[in-house]
Design a protein around this ligand. Structure first.
Ligand code: 1GP
Length: 257
């Protein structure tokens, strides 16, 4: 089954999805065995692989191949540039940094990568990427003009444009390791304008409470990365995502009678 269909099915069954982000620059291949078992035991649905400073394509491929040896969790590349391509992956976020000031990160890198993705049959998941607030390394590397955290209406306008362009996913990114995650009110405003596209939220989520609040505010997919590197409780976060997702399904069923 295609990864996009798997995500939709998970959303239908659980109400919300959790994805674990692994950065091949900060996680060693020798650490993968314990990290992947933590991800599997916690019940995380998908593994994203990427990082703002990744350049080594050979290392990336070995990293993904090792994950595939260790588990059956689908792997999605979270690319920072054209060097972050590997045929070992199940899918790739085919993402455009819509609030970049540099056309390279909006469409040029994607055009350069498209023939490789087509040739190797990697499933592209069309995603509009919006850097919010701190933005961290993603904002710096991507030449972003971060959207202020007190101006969700700007992000909502971008999200609407993204949906009109046909992007199936919109990602609100506070930046990996952000001191604070995207506020629930911000998520709520963006979610309210989306009709079909799924909302991804990540950056700075380190607790079950933050993950729960993100889903309750409207996040369909919650991404966490740093929490694994810092030794935090991934299980608590995945449980919170699923609890909030279950509550959301219950509300939907009650509304539909
Ligand atoms: C970064 O949104 C992801 O691109 C995850 O962020 O590392 O802060 O969990 P964290």
């Amino acid at each position: 089954m295609k990864v996009h269909s798997m995500i939709l099915r998970k959303l239908r069954d659980d109400g919300a999805v959790h994805m674990s982000l692994l950065d091949p620059v900060s996680t060693g291949i020798d650490e993968l065995s314990s990290v992947v078992s933590e991800i599997v035991e916690a019940g995380s649905d998908f593994i994203m692989v990427g990082g703002s400073t990744l350049v080594d394509q050979v290392h990336l491929s070995r990293f993904i191949a090792r994950i595939k040896e260790l588990c059956k969790v689908p792997v999605i590349i979270f690319p920072n540039n054209v060097s972050a391509l590997s045929r070992e992956a199940d899918a790739i976020w085919f993402m455009s940094l819509l609030n970049s000031t540099n056309p390279y990160y909006i469409v040029q890198a994607q055009a350069l990568a498209a023939p490789y993705i087509r040739e190797h049959g990697i499933e592209p998941l069309p995603m509009a990427y919006l850097v919010v607030g701190e933005g961290r390394a993603a904002g710096f590397i991507g030449d972003a003009k971060p959207i202020p955290v007190d101006k969700p209406e700007i992000a909502a306008a971008y999200a609407m444009a993204a949906e009109m362009f046909g992007f199936r996913y919109v990602y609100l990114e506070a930046g990996s390791g952000a001191r604070r995650p995207i506020p629930p009110d911000f998520i709520r405003v963006v979610k309210s304008v989306l009709r079909e596209s799924k909302l991804i939220v990540g950056g700075g989520i380190r607790s079950g409470k933050a993950a729960y609040e993100a889903v309750k505010a409207g996040a369909d997919i919650v991404v966490t990365g740093t929490v694994i590197e810092e030794g935090g409780s991934l299980r608590e976060i995945v449980d919170a995502v699923k609890r909030a997702g279950g509550e959301r399904l219950g509300q939907r069923r009650r509304r539909n009678g």
